[in-house]
Design a protein. Sequence first.
Lengths: 119, 544
Amino acid sequence: VIEDHADTRHMVEEYLTFEGIPTIGAENGLEGLAALREDRPSVILLDLSMPVMDGWRFRHEQQRLPDRDLAGIPVVVLSALHDCERQAQVLGAVDVIPKPIDFDRMLAVVRRYYVAASD
Amino acid sequence: MRVPHVATILDRVTDGFLAVDCEWHIVNLHWGAQAAGQASLDREARELRGAVLWDAVPQLRDTSFQDQSRRAMAEQRPVRFQDVVGDTARWIEVHVYPSPEGVTIYFQDITERKRAEDALRLLAEISTIFGTPLDYRERLAQLAHLVVPTLADWCIVDVMEDRRVNRLHVVHADSAKAGLAAAIRHLTQDVDEPGSPVAEVLRTGTPMLLPEVSPRVLRAIASPERVRLAEELGTRSTMIVPLIARQRTLGTLTFLAAESRRRYTPDDLRLAEELSSHAALAVDNARLYEEAQTARTEAERQRTELERVMKSRALLMRGISHDVKNPLGAADGYAHLLEQGVLGTLSSKQQEGVRRIRRSLQAALRLIYDLLEVARTEPGQIDVHIKPIDVRQVVHDVVEEYLASAKTAGLFLRAETPEDLPAVRSDPDRVRQVLGNLVSNSVKYTPAGGHVIVRAVADTERQPPGPGQWARIEVADTGPGIPTDMQKRIFDEFTRIGSSDVPGTGIGLAISRRIAWALGANITLESKVGHGSTFTLWLPLNGH
């Protein structure tokens, strides 16, 4: 979960963990890249507007990683931008969850990729 | 010798001939046809025979007339020239034919011809002056310089500016009189001033012609100061013509004849009026242009200011989207986690508390969404994609979307769509958005048991909001209706009716109307308290 707003990040992690999906939190894109290499997650929830390294830059860096598995991890955009759907399309994200977050929707989306990765 | 008479004779005869011998003795003198039969002139002519021309008419000494005639005699070849003679400045054309016995001089009064030529030239030149895009003050200066000295020795231009008489230009032929010009220039003018001929013409809008300016005439019409100035500059004749455009007197042109000894005639006045009408039109046009320019500059300033406000408003909105939506969203999310028992089981009282927290948070979030929507629907910000739309489909989609909430509210919601709807080009998503807004309002405000009907209408019974062909979709409800005084304001931002129990921010209709306008469409309202409301979305058949 790459999200600079701490309360939002904790909330997402708390909920997903409760639903049986382990999470790793990162405060910005740079931390996110480190977490990718270390923990090899099955799906990334990515906020867009963030300090240090924003979501667009993170996506750019991720896609250029020499480790093609890491570069191919599906990204779900998590954003309050009114045109977040278009941004998600531009970034080649597999899905988008507008803020404020609809928990049922988020769970359904994450489950789709989380399950797939566990196979 | 009755010499003084000859000069006055020259004023009265229009043509004639004169023969002199080699010593300039007058051999023969004949006045022309005009003078024929005037006994005194004939006698005069006879008496002058034998006199030396320069003694008989001393005014001719040291003039170009004398020079040219002497040259003709000396060089023994004919000479032709024009000259101004007499007390009233008549133009004569002179032909001098030499012979061994002396010279024969024919002269013809060409004053009329000369004036007519001058008039034509002035009118031609005035058109070029006023045909160029210049400040009107500059053009009036050109006009004044044009008429001096052809038509006047002095030309004074007065223009009304801000209800005051502004003496713009004093142009004169004799540069030695600059001091006098300055005195005339600074002579205060006031429309109500007594003893100011200019003020009188400004007031009455009637031209003034004074062929002979005698001290008596002057004293009758002008203040002592003006009499003194007029005498000092040797005014002999004057015309003052108003500058009139669109029935308004904008100023005056004053023509003064002094050293040229010219005497103004009604023909001269007509020419002056012709010139002034050109000038008045130019002044009027220039002023209209200046006014329009000022208005444009002001409008431009206001537009820039508005854009700045809009821009900062848009920035503020983006700020809100990030800095307010995030924490509110997180708060609501955590409340949601609590409500779901993710953080442990809650008692029913705690459940109720969390529910209230969420309701308030969601109201705040809705307000923020609406504010953002307003920012996004500022004029020029709305994206529309015009294409053919299926009105029936759009109506059914919207009704389907709101069926559940209508049912919850205990309402009957239905669509009515006839088969024969005209083809419409518009933006289907935007039409859906607007209709959704209208239906949501009706559902919100109509009491349980009521009806909400969304109907596409094919007939042309109602008066459309503009020229051309229109289709309309009505959203009619059996709600409480909207009082007449509220109907105009209902489309304004943040206008709400009735109790604050109904959730909402009063922004939906404002946004809907903006979107409608962006589509070239419109929304109208018909309502009566106690008889429900009908909102109508009018769509132009061919987009906008």
